[in-house]
Design a protein around this ligand. Structure first.
Ligand SMILES: [Zn+2]
Length: 194
């Protein structure tokens, strides 16, 4: 009996541990650019700052104990695209979202673009995430597109890259740089991975 209890005890503990480790989701938010690489710069704003501000909001908004949000950078530092892909793969995440903002010569051009790649080995799950984001963004101007960006190809986990809007368009600029607009974007992204 004592032996049986011991066996049962270990068994139950094993089940609980397996449950808690497999139940906890890891989400990586790739904060693009950084350091000397500002990314897009327009109207005195820089892509590297906007992506970090929105990523910080996503992390702060997460109240779930079953989900961990990890940012690829938390300061203004430069990471090469190869370092990013390697760092992300080591984290073994459930989902990866790379944040960017855009610019165009045409100031009327606006809206969000969600990119996925057929070369991602988790392309079906990446596509599912893109569709959830498409519906969760409170924006009538969202498109899902295909592109073989380095990160989308080389990360071995479900990955999307989002161009969150155009710094050269007045409506998008307000959304991307205001506290209210950034919160709206952060909430949409969080609800898509929850
Ligand atoms: Zn970018």
């Amino acid at each position: 009996m004592k032996n049986l209890l011991k066996v049962l005890g270990v068994g139950i503990l094993g089940v609980i541990m397996a449950f808690t480790t497999s139940d906890k989701k890891t989400i990586v938010i790739d904060v693009s650019h950084g350091g000397l690489d500002s990314g897009i710069a327009a109207n005195s704003y820089k892509e590297k700052d906007i992506t970090l501000e929105i990523a910080n909001k996503i992390k702060a908004l997460n109240e779930s104990s079953n989900m961990e949000i990890i940012l690829t950078r938390e300061t203004d530092e430069f990471l090469s695209i190869h370092e990013r892909a390697e760092q992300i793969n080591e984290l073994n995440p459930d989902f990866v979202i790379s944040l960017h903002v855009n610019s165009a010569a045409d100031k009327e051009r606006m809206g969000k673009e969600i990119f996925v790649s057929d070369k991602n080995i988790q392309k079906d799950k990446s596509g599912d995430l893109a569709i959830r984001l498409f519906y969760d963004f409170n924006d009538s101007n969202v498109q899902i597109k295909k592109a073989d960006f380095h990160l989308l190809e080389n990360v071995k986990h479900p990955t999307v890259l989002i161009e969150l809007g155009y710094l050269t368009n007045n409506n998008d600029l307000e959304l991307l740089t205001s506290e209210k607009g950034q919160m709206e974007i952060a909430k949409s992204i969080l609800s898509a991975v929850e």
